[in-house]
Ligand binder design. Structure first.
Ligand code: FES
Length: 108
């Protein structure tokens, strides 16, 4: 099977991300948070937009992630800030599943 092209990069094996869990993965020099929410996969930047903190170490509740440092909250599918002190949206990425792996699209 051919690999996805046009900016798609593998970031994790599907089985690495259990349902209703989040892991940190590194691809193309970026730290990413890889989420499995009720069987759907989402990828965002791992670093909080408020200060330095790893969101994959935060608290996942339904489709939101709470930052472990100051408890700011983001909506995972859209990256929208949901609770102070975060005000800047979190970058999100397109995700696809192929060959048992999760692929993310980097546009630039
Ligand atoms: S570092 Fe995430 S809310 Fe402050």
């Amino acid at each position: 099977m051919s690999a996805p092209q046009d900016g798609w990069q593998p970031v994790a094996q599907v089985e690495d991300v259990e349902e209703d869990d989040v892991i940190c993965a590194r691809s193309c020099g970026r730290d990413l948070a890889v989420f499995n929410i009720e069987g759907s996969y989402y990828v965002t930047d791992d670093c909080c937009t408020h200060e330095e903190a790893s969101l994959s170490e935060g608290y996942l509740q339904e489709d939101t992630i709470e930052c472990p440092r100051h408890q700011g909250v983001f909506h995972v599918p859209t990256g929208k800030p949901m609770a102070a002190p975060v005000t800047e949206p979190l970058r999100t990425y397109q995700v696809r599943v192929e060959d048992g792996r999760l692929w993310v699209r980097f546009d630039e």
